[in-house]
Design a binder for this molecule. Structure first.
Ligand code: 5GP
Length: 115
C-alpha cells in the first residue's frame, strides 16, 4: 500500500484549497495557512521530494527554478526591503510537512538567530 499523501501533495492535486500565487509544470507557490509574517508564502516542487536530506544531484535545476520563483514572488509582493527564506529539514529542523518547501517571509523585520 502506498503511503498517505502529504497535505502539500493534496494541494498540488487540487484536493484541498490554497491561495495559489504561482503555478507552472514543476512548481507551485501558495500562502501559508498560518502566516508568521505579513507575507508568508511556500514555494514547493510538484515532484515528491521529502526534504533537502533526500535531494538528488538530478534535482539541481529544479531547486534553481524554485529560487527563481522565490525571487519573482518577492518582487511581485514588493519585498524591496528584504525577505527571509527558510527550508526546515527533519525533526531537529522543525519540519512538519514531509514535502520539501521554501518559506518566503517578508514585510516585517525578522529576528536572528531563530529559536
Ligand atoms: P514546516 O514546519 O514543515 O517547515 O512548514 C510547514 C508549513 O506549512 C507551516 O508553516 C504551516 O503553517 C503550513 N501548512 C500546514 N498545513 C497547511 C495547509 O493545509 N495549507 C497551507 N497553505 N499551509 C499549510
Amino acid at each position: 500500500m502506498s503511503p498517505p499523501k502529504t497535505i502539500f501533495k493534496r494541494i498540488i492535486d487540487g484536493e484541498i484549497p490554497a491561495k495559489i500565487v504561482h503555478e507552472d509544470e514543476i512548481s507551485l507557490a501558495f500562502h501559508d495557512v498560518s502566516p508568521q509574517a505579513p507575507v508568508h508564502i511556500l514555494v514547493i516542487p510538484k515532484k515528491e521530494i521529502r526534504s533537502i536530506a533526500e535531494l538528488q544531484t538530478e534535482d539541481a535545476a529544479l531547486m534553481g527554478h524554485l529560487f527563481a520563483i522565490v525571487r519573482k514572488i518577492a518582487e511581485e509582493q514588493g519585498l524591496t526591503n528584504g525577505f527571509r527564506t527558510v527550508i526546515n529539514t527533519g525533526v531537529d529542523g522543525g519540519q512538519t510537512v514531509p514535502h520539501l518547501h521554501i518559506h518566503l517571509m517578508g514585510k516585517r523585520a525578522l529576528g536572528w538567530p531563530p529559536g
